[in-house]
Ligand binder design. Structure first.
Ligand SMILES: [Zn+2]
Ligand SMILES: [Zn+2]
Length: 109
Protein backbone atom coordinates (compact mmCIF):
# COMPACT_ATOMS: atom_id res chain seq x y z
CA UNK A 1 0.00 0.00 0.00
CA UNK A 2 1.58 3.29 -1.09
CA UNK A 3 0.60 6.74 0.13
CA UNK A 4 -0.46 9.25 -2.53
CA UNK A 5 0.57 12.17 -0.32
CA UNK A 6 3.20 14.25 -2.11
CA UNK A 7 4.19 15.98 1.12
CA UNK A 8 4.98 13.18 3.55
CA UNK A 9 3.86 9.57 3.29
CA UNK A 10 2.78 8.15 6.65
CA UNK A 11 1.57 4.68 7.59
CA UNK A 12 -0.35 3.58 10.68
CA UNK A 13 -1.27 0.13 11.91
CA UNK A 14 -3.16 -1.89 14.47
CA UNK A 15 -1.65 -5.38 14.35
CA UNK A 16 -2.14 -6.64 10.79
CA UNK A 17 -4.41 -3.75 9.75
CA UNK A 18 -2.61 -0.92 7.96
CA UNK A 19 -3.64 2.46 6.52
CA UNK A 20 -1.65 5.19 4.80
CA UNK A 21 -2.33 8.91 4.64
CA UNK A 22 -3.52 10.47 1.43
CA UNK A 23 -6.20 12.53 -0.27
CA UNK A 24 -9.77 11.64 0.69
CA UNK A 25 -12.12 10.72 -2.17
CA UNK A 26 -12.52 13.64 -4.53
CA UNK A 27 -9.57 15.68 -3.23
CA UNK A 28 -5.92 15.96 -4.17
CA UNK A 29 -2.73 16.53 -2.22
CA UNK A 30 -1.57 20.13 -2.61
CA UNK A 31 1.89 19.36 -1.25
CA UNK A 32 1.79 22.36 1.14
CA UNK A 33 3.58 21.94 4.46
CA UNK A 34 1.14 21.37 7.32
CA UNK A 35 -1.90 21.82 5.08
CA UNK A 36 -1.62 19.46 2.13
CA UNK A 37 -5.28 18.42 2.32
CA UNK A 38 -4.59 14.75 3.01
CA UNK A 39 -6.35 12.66 5.60
CA UNK A 40 -3.90 11.47 8.22
CA UNK A 41 -3.09 7.75 8.31
CA UNK A 42 -4.05 7.22 11.97
CA UNK A 43 -7.36 9.09 11.54
CA UNK A 44 -8.23 7.00 8.50
CA UNK A 45 -7.27 3.78 10.31
CA UNK A 46 -9.26 4.63 13.45
CA UNK A 47 -12.32 5.47 11.31
CA UNK A 48 -12.06 2.08 9.61
CA UNK A 49 -11.75 0.27 12.95
CA UNK A 50 -14.81 2.11 14.32
CA UNK A 51 -16.84 1.27 11.21
CA UNK A 52 -15.89 -2.39 11.55
CA UNK A 53 -16.51 -2.40 15.30
CA UNK A 54 -12.99 -3.58 16.01
CA UNK A 55 -10.59 -2.59 18.78
CA UNK A 56 -6.83 -2.85 19.21
CA UNK A 57 -4.78 -1.52 22.14
CA UNK A 58 -1.56 -0.74 20.28
CA UNK A 59 -1.30 1.89 17.55
CA UNK A 60 1.91 2.10 15.55
CA UNK A 61 2.63 5.11 13.33
CA UNK A 62 5.64 6.12 11.25
CA UNK A 63 5.23 9.78 12.32
CA UNK A 64 4.22 11.09 15.77
CA UNK A 65 0.51 12.09 15.80
CA UNK A 66 -0.56 15.72 15.31
CA UNK A 67 -2.85 17.50 17.78
CA UNK A 68 -6.09 16.55 16.01
CA UNK A 69 -5.12 12.89 15.71
CA UNK A 70 -3.93 12.86 19.33
CA UNK A 71 -7.40 13.98 20.48
CA UNK A 72 -8.97 11.27 18.34
CA UNK A 73 -6.61 8.59 19.74
CA UNK A 74 -7.53 9.57 23.30
CA UNK A 75 -11.27 9.87 22.58
CA UNK A 76 -11.55 6.37 21.09
CA UNK A 77 -10.95 4.88 24.55
CA UNK A 78 -9.53 1.47 23.64
CA UNK A 79 -6.08 2.61 22.51
CA UNK A 80 -3.62 2.11 25.41
CA UNK A 81 -0.26 2.43 23.73
CA UNK A 82 1.14 4.46 20.83
CA UNK A 83 4.56 3.95 19.29
CA UNK A 84 6.00 6.09 16.51
CA UNK A 85 9.13 6.01 14.37
CA UNK A 86 9.75 9.70 13.56
CA UNK A 87 9.16 12.88 15.56
CA UNK A 88 6.59 15.35 14.26
CA UNK A 89 7.68 19.02 14.12
CA UNK A 90 4.98 19.81 16.71
CA UNK A 91 5.40 17.81 19.96
CA UNK A 92 1.99 18.83 21.31
CA UNK A 93 0.26 15.68 20.01
CA UNK A 94 2.55 13.39 21.98
CA UNK A 95 2.01 15.52 25.11
CA UNK A 96 -1.78 15.27 24.76
CA UNK A 97 -1.59 11.48 24.53
CA UNK A 98 0.80 11.20 27.48
CA UNK A 99 -1.23 13.59 29.64
CA UNK A 100 -4.32 11.48 28.99
CA UNK A 101 -2.54 8.52 30.63
CA UNK A 102 -1.74 6.50 27.52
CA UNK A 103 1.67 4.99 26.95
CA UNK A 104 3.48 6.77 24.13
CA UNK A 105 7.05 6.29 23.02
CA UNK A 106 9.40 6.64 20.11
CA UNK A 107 10.23 3.28 18.61
CA UNK A 108 13.94 2.59 18.55
CA UNK A 109 14.69 -0.11 16.04
ZN1 LIG B 1 -0.64 15.20 1.16
ZN1 LIG C 1 -2.82 13.85 12.32
Amino acid sequence: MTSKCRRRPVAARFGPKIAVNGPANGSTCSGYVGNCGCMHAEAKLIMEMLKEGREHPHLEVTLAPCVQCAHLIVAVGWIKRVTYTHDYRDKQGVRIIRNAGLEVEKWRS
